[in-house]
Design a protein around this ligand. Structure first.
Ligand code: PMP
Length: 359
């Protein structure tokens, strides 16, 4: 046959996720850790991987890793689920709490995968935009209004804290109030919480409707391996278990994840350095005429710059890859730079100055 039927109608308006990843000297577009796992840890990773039986299926629930994560968070195994990156667990959220006739509350601009997952699962999306004039703070009153009351249609919401790509974390007190005013599932996406040093963990015991999502991809330098996890009530975790792919976290990733998690203290100095560099970048960008950085609690800085698209190209031509959000809805005129090593940050700042005609 030289033709094929139309796919599901819901795909019509969707475009495949494209991180716009291009090879560059300074990769500063994907909010990864600029430092790879060091040699000593790599040796431990290698010997752990060598012991993995490749002919056997992995433990479907990654129980050894699950126990390590549970113990570190003062929880039981039943309150933890490991996924193929946070991305899988975000999709599972839409599978388990979304669907036809159900509503997802989204706070754009935010991680675009949330809304894509809702569309893929035929979930209705209620958007409450963030307030750009207040550094993209959440419109807290509007959110509380939308979820409370007997008429609320909202079944679940995902709130990135800090929020990608804008930068600020949500106020903990606001999230607490939100959890108390609705029985909708509230996912606090803490993919970057190591850089804000704020977590909703203290709210977990009293709120069955809270799920905390985290990842090994950022602070733990493991974006290439694909390990993420959620913390939640055992009943909620059980619902997630119904929709997940049985062997989504392969045995090699589980082995690497265990070594990295057991050695997570080794990443602390790197996290500190990223936080310091973030503050330096913020300060330097604030001092550049015409450039407006937004405050950040994460490992990147979003900034407005005139002729952002051309500036992106100038930076790229000079070997610096940043993320172009200049034509994205609600983010017009902005670029996002992930914090790099000191050398990469210097290169970025120098090249941006040149692009702006500042010497
Ligand atoms: N949440 C947010 C806000 C993110 O930015 C990302 C990564 N881009 C993820 C979750 C998922 O990360 P991963 O799948 O690498 O764990």
């Amino acid at each position: 046959m030289d033709k094929v039927r139309e796919p599901a109608r819901k795909l019509a308006g969707l475009v495949p996720y494209d991180p716009k990843y291009l090879p560059a000297r300074a990769m500063m577009s994907a909010n990864e850790n600029p430092k790879d796992v060091d040699e000593d840890l790599r040796r431990q990773v290698e010997s752990a991987v060598r012991r993995v039986p490749l002919n056997r299926y992995p433990d479907p629930l990654a129980n050894e890793l699950r126990d390590l994560i549970a113990c570190a968070n003062g929880l039981d195994r039943e309150q933890v689920l490991v996924g193929n990156g946070g991305d899988e667990l975000l999709f599972n959220t839409a599978l388990a709490w979304g669907g036809p006739g159900r509503t997802f509350l989204n706070l754009p601009p935010t991680f675009s995968v949330y809304e894509a997952n809702a569309r893929l699962t035929n979930t209705d999306v209620l958007n409450i935009p963030r307030l750009r004039e207040q550094d993209f703070a959440i419109d807290e009153a509007a959110v509380l209004d939308a979820v409370s009351g007997p008429d609320s249609q909202v079944d679940f919401t995902i709130i990135a804290t800090p929020n990608n790509p804008t930068g600020l974390r949500a106020r903990t007190e606001f999230l607490g109030e939100l959890l108390a005013s609705t029985d909708a599932l509230v996912v606090a996406d803490e993919a970057y919480f190591e850089f804000s040093r704020q977590t909703m963990r203290p709210y977990l015991d009293a709120n069955k409707n809270l799920v905390i999502l985290r990842t090994f991809s950022k602070a733990f330098s493991l974006a290439g391996v694909r390990v993420g996890y959620i913390l939640g009530h055992p009943d909620v975790i059980r619902q997630y278990m119904k929709v997940r792919q049985p062997y989504s976290v392969d045995a090699v990733s589980q082995a690497i994840g265990r070594v990295i998690f057991q050695n997570r203290a080794a990443f602390e100095p790197g996290i500190e350095a990223i936080i310091e560099e973030r503050e330096r970048i913020l300060k330097e960008l604030s001092a550049m005429p015409g450039v407006h950085p937004y405050p950040s609690d994460a490992n990147w800085v979003l900034f407005e710059v005139p002729e952002a698209e051309q500036v992106w190209q100038r930076l790229f031509d000079a070997g610096v890859l940043v993320r172009d959000f200049s034509t994205a809805a609600g983010l017009e005129g902005t670029l996002r730079v992930s914090v790099g090593t000191k050398e990469q940050d210097d290169l970025f700042l120098d090249e941006l100055k040149k692009a702006r005609g500042i010497s």
